[in-house]
Design a protein around this ligand. Structure first.
Ligand code: IPM
Ligand code: MG
Length: 384
């Protein structure tokens, strides 16, 4: 098969780790008789420097014309003082929204070989954990009304969280369907003791849970969930939560696996054949089964990205961990193209390299040896 992949390398360590993922994918193409056409597009700080815009239209169009998108990371000190609309991070939210990617799948799994990199005690980790965080990605406070105004104490800034039944229902369905395919346990995380959006979230999830009696469903407040993740991560199978809570909990979940440098993610518009819908249709009420008047709705283009950021402090030093980006490539082959053969080949190579004891700095044992980003990539390529 021929796959046309848009590459959004971005900033900081983004270019190095995407180059690593590309090397790994190229090698699988050789092995399985496929072909990748990689086309780079500008995003984030790199795009601001070249065009003045964090997300040039050409990049959006390039992604829409591709079969799938692989993204590195955006942001860095250089652009930290720009206003919200001009920041590199705005491009990340923009591309997620433009492609209608309302689902972010973030798997957090403990690799036995990395047991010592996890800060959790043996009795807590037991024989490991395997959690899938389903994060809502195109709504909530990340996309709500915001700005400055005059308040009781003078000038104040505000951000608002809004969720419609439609947005909650479609992410809920993805989460229930994901749970059905895994260990049939779903925990919905909210703050329903305080927030109105969370109360609606909970009500919609309860409604869905009646449609999925085979799934053992529970609700948890987000503060408790943050605690339970370190107290007993083994209690979780699938977690579904809002955009911001998912952002926070997935970083926590990554650290208990050993390092944020290990975690891949898939941002998708839904689950394959399921109808898609999106925020911002003409009347502001997208319907799950309707045909929303949105140019990219129904697009099956997904985006794959490590959950970590651009790490400007270690950029260009060849010491980043490329595994999250490489595993994002594996997720792309599985979710966008149904190529479990290639995905498994990549995942097995990562397993083997870790079992052999190869480590980048972030996952090295205390005072242990470690190798560079480029060398880790070569080792993984060798084991494919
Ligand atoms: C992530 C990141 C982004 C987010 C930032 C860089 C905007 O933290 O993908 O988790 O908050 O979504
Ligand atoms: Mg984050």
């Amino acid at each position: 098969m021929i796959y046309n992949i848009a590459l959004l390398k971005g900033d900081g360590i983004g270019p190095e780790i995407i180059d690593s993922a590309v090397k790994v994918l190229e090698k699988t193409a050789e092995k399985f008789g496929d072909k990748f056409n990689f086309k780079p597009y500008l995003i984030g700080g790199a795009a601001i420097d070249a065009t003045g815009q964090p997300l040039p239209q050409e990049t959006v169009d390039g992604c829409l014309e591709s079969d799938s998108v692989l993204l590195g990371a955006v942001g860095g000190y250089k652009w930290d003082n720009l206003s919200g609309e001009q920041r590199p991070e705005k491009a990340l939210l923009g591309i997620r929204s433009a492609l209608g990617l309302f689902t972010n799948l973030r798997p957090a799994k403990l690799y036995p070989a990395l047991r010592n990199a996890s800060p959790l005690k043996d009795e807590v980790v037991g024989n490991g954990f395997d959690i899938m965080i389903v994060r809502e990605l195109t709504g909530g406070i990340y996309f709500g009304d915001r700005g400055y105004r005059q308040g009781k104490y003078g000038t104040e800034a505000y951000d608002t969280e809004a969720y419609s039944v439609t947005e909650i229902e479609r992410i809920g369905r993805v989460a229930f369907e994901t749970a059905v395919k895994r260990n049939k346990k779903l925990c919905s995380v909210d703050k329903a003791n305080v927030l109105e959006t969370s109360r609606l979230w909970r009500k919609v999830m309860h409604g869905l849970s009646e449609e999925y009696p085979e799934v053992e469903y529970s609700d948890m407040f987000v503060d408790n969930a943050a605690m339970q993740l370190v107290r007993n991560p083994r209690q979780f199978d699938v977690i579904v939560t809002s955009n911001m809570f998912g952002d926070i909990l997935s970083d926590e979940a990554s650290q208990i696996t050993g390092s944020i440098g290990m975690l891949a993610s898939a941002s998708i518009g839904g689950l394959g054949e399921k109808p898609l819908s999106c925020r911002n249709d003409s009347e502001g009420k997208a319907q799950i089964n309707g045909v929303p008047p949105f140019k990219n709705l129904g697009s099956k283009i997904s985006l794959y990205e490590p959950i970590h950021g651009s790490a400007p402090d270690i950029a260009g030093k060849d010491i980043a961990n490329p595994i999250a980006a490489i595993l994002s490539g594996a997720m792309m082959m599985r979710y966008s193209f149904g190529r479990n053969d290639i995905a498994e080949c990549i995942e097995n190579a990562v397993d083997k390299v870790l079992e052999k004891g190869y480590r980048t700095a972030d996952i090295a044992e205390k005072d242990g040896e470690y190798i560079k980003c480029s060398e880790m990539t070569e080792r993984i390529v060798e084991f494919l």
